[in-house]
Design a protein around this ligand. Structure first.
Ligand SMILES: Nc1ncnc2c1ncn2[C@@H]1O[C@H](COP(=O)(O)OP(=O)(O)OP(=O)(O)O)[C@@H](O)[C@H]1O
Ligand SMILES: [Mg+2]
Length: 489
């Protein structure tokens, strides 16, 4: 037993920590069980050193404790000093059915409080289609996510730089790959492909690269699949330019090539002098920002390549290579790929030929989903509609405060790593559909690789230690599979 309940409300149960318990071993985020008529599972969200209350007490302590002869506050001042913890109720444990149900009642005064055991957490493994991404913090109990909801109902991984986001995503990729769920990773910082700790070269993993990236194939986007909206995403157009663009796009399928290569006056003539020469010149300058890139052309169409790979449960990694800091190339490529896939998934659904469940992983999500840019983009559409046809989005960012609120509210699973910035924590608390208020303190105290996993893919918000991704385990898995498949005759 670590303590006894001294007050309880539906919001918070407060318990006094037993004197025999080492107070500093009781931590924010710890799970405890309160034994009353029911076994209540609760999580500590606040700790406090308390006393019976005298306004000048600290002065008295200071005076009486000099010279240093007493070590404990009780030794100095008697039993009126104690430590308490505040815990929020997560539910009632039902040992027989290995389930947790909502707590609609309260534990009684002086109910004993003990630490959670592995047995108490048996309900964590009751999930149907599950993937394991780590253990409950300070325990060996594995944590399972319901993979179907994780993938199709969108997820977010947030934490300050170096907190362990990319590692967590690699662990997720490791697991979804084993379940033949397809993924497309927008790998802005070249971490997921041919990185010493990436997935490049593994079975059913395909790395497409932009300039400078080590890859299986170079990424090429056919010009004709680029929409005028991609031009408006990277540059401001006047209304005259926008009108002209609409006219040209309406008539010319290869509109980019047409504007880039046809003479200014010829274009004007083609359109019965409806478009001013200055407007055409300006459009030509702006279009060059797309057409001069080596990945835009008529060659090999990477989009159908990606579709083919994900149709067979593949892991597709788009490595941005030298463009890692070029926001508009990141926006352009991600939007085109995203739009193409959304279109394919919509069509497949209309024709009743559903494509495999697919997860799109967006690193540096604010590049596309910031408050200024996100509205109307394809990823906003995917977040709104994707779940209907098994196309899910997992966004990763170090500054959730930059991400549009409506996007955060659609993320049904959130993995929170260390967040030291108050505004980042507040953004998650204010925008998420899950109640994260009690986790506010804990979010700023996490170590690298420690996380809080909340949302519909888990039965309760779980204090987690995420596995450290190790490419070797995947290679070993693959070797075992190959060994099994080898035809010994
Ligand atoms: N679960 C973990 N267990 C142990 N170490 C970890 C864990 N997660 C991350 N680390 C360590 O922290 C380092 C940084 O992790 P990672 O690259 O995942 O951080 P990040 O949040 O993606 O950072 P950035 O914002 O810079 O992209 C890793 O190289 C690894 O050494
Ligand atoms: Mg990272």
């Amino acid at each position: 037993m670590i303590g006894k309940v001294i007050s309880s409300s539906t919001q918070t149960v407060q318990f006094r920590i037993h004197d025999a318990e080492e107070f500093e071993n009781v931590k924010v985020g710890d799970l405890v069980v309160i034994e009353s008529k029911y076994a209540y599972l609760a999580r500590i969200h606040e700790l406090e050193a308390r006393h019976l209350g005298e306004s000048v007490l600290p002065d008295k302590i200071a005076a009486l404790s000099y010279p240093d002869t007493v070590d404990t506050i009780q030794g100095l001042y008697g039993p009126q000093f104690y430590y308490t913890a505040f815990a929020s109720l997560l539910g009632i444990l039902d040992e027989d059915s290995k389930r947790i149900r909502g707590a609609k009642s309260l534990p009684k005064y002086l109910s004993p409080v003990r630490r959670v055991t592995e047995q108490d957490l048996a309900f964590l493994s009751a999930t149907q289609s599950k993937i394991c991404i780590g253990t409950v913090r300070d325990m060996t109990v594995p944590i399972f996510l319901d993979v179907d909801t994780f993938v199709s109902k969108h997820a977010g991984v947030f934490g300050k730089t170096g907190s362990g986001k990319s590692n967590a995503v690699k662990v997720i990729l490791r697991e979804v790959k084993a379940r033949s769920i397809s993924t497309v990773v927008f790998d802005v910082h070249s971490e997921y492909g041919y990185h010493p700790d990436g997935l490049g070269g593994l079975d059913n993993v395909f790395v497409l690269g932009l300039k400078g990236a080590e890859c299986d194939v170079s990424l090429h986007i056919p010009r004709t699949l680029i929409n005028p909206s991609e031009l408006t995403a990277i540059t401001d157009l006047t209304s005259a330019q926008q009108d002209a663009l609409d006219l040209i796009h309406h008539r010319e399928r290869d509109w980019l090539n047409y504007i880039a290569t046809r003479g200014t006056e010829q274009i004007s003539e083609d359109f019965g002098m409806e478009i001013h020469l200055e407007t055409i010149s300006a459009l030509k300058r702006k279009v060059a920002r797309i057409t001069t890139h080596e990945f835009v052309g008529e060659q090999f169409d990477s989009l159908t390549y990606i579709l083919k790979k994900i149709s067979h449960g593949g892991t597709v990694i788009i490595d941005f290579g030298d463009y890692e800091n070029n926001e508009w190339v990141i926006r352009l490529v991600s939007s085109i790929v995203g739009r193409y896939l959304l279109g394919q998934f919509r069509t497949a659904r209309r024709r009743n030929q559903s494509l495999p469940k697919t997860l799109l992983v967006l690193e540096e999500a604010h590049t596309l989903l910031s408050k200024e840019l996100a509205r109307g983009t394809v990823f906003e559409k995917i977040v709104r509609e994707g779940r209907k046809f098994n196309l899910g989005l997992c966004i990763i960012d170090q500054m959730p405060k930059k991400i549009l609120d409506e996007i955060i509210s659609q993320l049904n699973t959130i993995i929170i790593l260390l967040l030291t910035n108050l505004k980042d924590r507040e953004q998650l608390i204010n925008s998420s559909e899950n109640d994260l208020t009690d986790l506010k303190e804990e979010m700023k105290r996490l170590d690298i690789g420690e996380a809080i996993i909340t949302g519909i893919a888990v039965p309760i918000p779980i204090p987690a230690q995420i596995d450290l991704f190790d490419r070797r385990t995947l290679e070993e898995r693959q070797e075992k599979e190959e060994f099994k498949e080898f035809d010994w005759n």
